[in-house]
Unconditional design. Structure first.
Length: 243
């Protein structure tokens, strides 16, 4: 998702309203929605199709809904029956209380814009929750430009030492959405002049840690009043498209 070339971010389908990603992927430096956005949708014949932001607005699908408190955005998008899109409904969102340091995960996305133009298959990387905060997770896993907005999934493993428990104390054995990738955490080092003792050059590297926004923040936006009100209006537009 993003500009036509290269891909600048990822996202996932939640069913309704449709497409979820990181807010910074679809806004400019002035926090305005980028007009040239385009979305690549895979189809079952192993081809893909580009849908532009302009086209979605023209057929009545409105614009993006932005979270006011975190790096999350959602928009309505129509996915044809012949598309090859797996949806992650809200009943597959892992609750925050079931996430802890050590929780195993996988990151899906298109790091550095790596993807096929014919059929865009995401790249998977192993990860683990390094630290849990109230409104974000620090993930031990390498991400790069192109991963932003992509989902991070809880990945159950039989050997996981800190097995996640639910209310009946049973092991969660299914993949579930933990959140979306926001950004990597850089490691910054400064070169000091031996003569003046002042900073001269700053080096920045990928630390291998990244920030993920929890699924609870996605749920808040999906269930927001203005999103739900637009959802009711969009049903009539979809009926016309089907006809």
């Amino acid at each position: 998702m993003g500009d036509f070339d290269p891909a600048t971010g990822g996202g996932f389908s939640s069913g309704h309203p449709g497409l979820v990603t990181a807010k910074h992927v679809i806004v400019d430096e002035n926090n305005k929605i980028i007009k040239s956005l385009a979305y690549r949708i895979n189809f079952q014949n192993e081809k893909s199709r580009i849908i532009s932001e302009e086209d979605l607005i023209k057929i009545g699908f409105g614009s993006w809904f932005l979270s006011e408190s975190t790096d999350i955005a959602v928009r309505f998008i129509y996915v044809l029956n012949e598309s090859d899109v797996l949806k992650i409904p809200q009943n597959m969102f892992l609750k925050d209380e079931n996430v802890q340091s050590g929780t195993p995960a996988i990151i899906l996305g298109f790091p550095m814009g790596l993807r096929s133009d014919d059929y865009a298959t995401p790249i998977l990387r192993n990860a683990i929750v390094a630290l849990k905060e109230s409104n974000y997770y620090i993930i031990d896993g390498f991400v790069f430009p192109g991963n932003s907005g992509g989902p991070i999934l809880y990945m159950p493993t039989p050997t996981y030492f800190g097995e996640i428990k639910i209310d009946n104390n049973s092991y969660i054995g299914n993949q579930m959405l933990m959140g979306v990738i926001s950004s990597y955490i850089p490691y910054t080092d400064t070169a000091i002049s031996m003569q003046t003792k002042r900073p001269r050059i700053t080096f920045e590297e990928n630390s291998g840690l990244c920030i993920a926004i929890p699924s609870s923040e996605i749920t808040k936006l999906l269930n927001r009043q203005d999103v739900n009100e637009f959802d009711k209006k969009i049903e009539k537009i979809i009926e016309k498209i089907i006809q």
